[in-house]
Design a binder for this molecule. Structure first.
Ligand SMILES: Nc1ncnc2c1ncn2[C@@H]1O[C@H](COP(=O)(O)OP(=O)(O)OP(=O)(O)O)[C@@H](O)[C@H]1O
Ligand SMILES: [Mg+2]
Length: 259
C-alpha cells in the first residue's frame, strides 16, 4: 500500500505571528517533491511544524500520515510511524560513533513496533550497514567516526543520508536551506536521494537553491510564497524559476487577490 503525508490547510504561528497561512501538500511514497521559495516564506517553518517543534503552534488544519492525524504526536512517535526529518539529531554526541548511533535508532524503532524485540544482532547490523554504505558509495571507515564531532558540512550530510538509508522511512523531509551547504554537501544529499529513491520512499526536499535540482530530478516542484504553496508543477517549473525568478509569481498572486 502506498502511504502518504497529507498537509491540509495548515496554519502555523510563532508567538502569535501567523507564518503559514493555509498550506496544502501531499507527498506519497515513491515521489520526490521539491519545495522552493524565497527566503523567509515559511519553508523551514513547515519542516519544523512537521517535526512537532513546540515553538510552532498549529492554529488550524491537519497533518495526516498513513491516515492518522499526527499533530498531537511527539517527534519520536512520528519517527516510529515512518517519518524521517533530516535535522532530527543535529547535536554532536561525544563518544558515540555513527554506527552505534544508527544501531540505537534502529533498535528504538523495532522496540516501538514490538516491545518484545531484542534488537538487531551485531552481525545483522554490520551486514545492513555495509550494504547501505556500499549503496551510497561511502567509505566504511565513516561508521567508526564519532557523531558530528568535528564533522564538516559534507560529513554531517553523509551521516544524515546514511541514517535515512538505514531507517528506511516511508517519507523523508530534508530541509536543505542551510546556507553553509557547499557544492560537495549538496551533491552528497542529491546522490544519496537518487540512490535511495524508489517505490517505498517519498521525499520532500526543501531548498532555495535551484542548484540542487541540477542533481535531483523531482517529480513535483512547489513554490511557497508568503506562507502558502502558491504554485505547483513538474520539473519545468524549477527551470522557469531559474530563468525568471519569483516576481512573475508575486505579480500573478497580487492580480488574483486584486481581481
Ligand atoms: N523561531 C522563530 N521565531 C520568530 N520568528 C520566526 C522563527 N522562525 C521563523 N520565523 C519567521 O518566520 C518566517 C518564515 O521563516 P522560515 O525560516 O520558515 O523561512 P524559509 O522559507 O525557511 O527561509 P529560508 O529560505 O531563508 O530558509 C520569517 O519571517 C522568520 O523570521
Ligand atoms: Mg529555511
Amino acid at each position: 500500500m502506498t502511504e502518504a503525508l497529507e498537509i491540509r490547510n495548515l496554519h502555523v504561528a510563532i508567538e502569535d505571528n501567523e507564518i503559514l497561512k493555509g498550506v496544502d501538500l501531499v507527498v506519497k511514497q515513491g515521489e520526490i517533491h521539491a519545495l522552493m521559495g524565497p527566503n523567509g516564506t515559511g519553508k523551514s517553518t513547515l519542516a519544523k511544524a512537521l517535526l512537532g517543534h513546540p515553538d510552532y503552534e498549529i492554529t488550524a488544519g491537519e497533518i495526516l500520515f498513513k491516515g492518522e492525524n499526527i499533530i498531537e504526536m511527539d517527534v519520536d512517535e512520528r519517527a516510529r510511524l515512518g517519518m524521517f526529518l533530516a535535522f532530527q539529531y543535529p547535536v554532536a554526541i561525544p563518544g558515540v560513533s555513527v554506527a552505534n548511533f544508527l544501531r540505537t535508532a534502529i533498535n528504538a524503532h523495532r522496540k516501538a513496533a514490538d516491545p518484545e524485540d531484542k534488537g538487531i544482532s551485531i552481525p545483522d547490523f554490520r551486514t545492513l550497514l555495509k550494504a547501505k554504505m556500499d549503496l551510497l558509495e561511502m567509505d566504511h571507515q565513516f561508521a567508526g567516526r564519532y557523531l558530528n564531532e568535528g564533522f564538516s558540512g559534507g560529513e554531517k550530510k553523509r551521516a544524515e543520508i546514511l541514517q535515512l538509508a538505514t531507517l528506511e522511512p516511508a517519507i523523508a523531509i530534508l530541509d536543505e536551506t542551510d546556507s553553509g551547504l557547499d557544492i560537495d554537501a549538496l551533491r552528497i544529499v542529491a546522490d544519496g536521494v537518487n540512490s535511495l529513491a524508489g517505490p517505498d520512499l517519498g521525499v520532500l526536499i526543501i531548498t532555495h537553491y535551484q542548484r540542487i535540482l541540477n542533481y535531483i530530478k523531482p517529480d513535483f516542484v512547489h513554490i511557497m510564497l508568503d506562507g502558502r504553496v502558491a504554485e505547483s508543477g513538474g520539473p519545468d517549473l524549477a527551470e522557469h524559476l531559474e530563468e525568471h525568478g519569483y516576481n512573475w509569481l508575486r505579480e500573478k498572486q497580487s492580480k488574483a487577490t486584486a481581481g
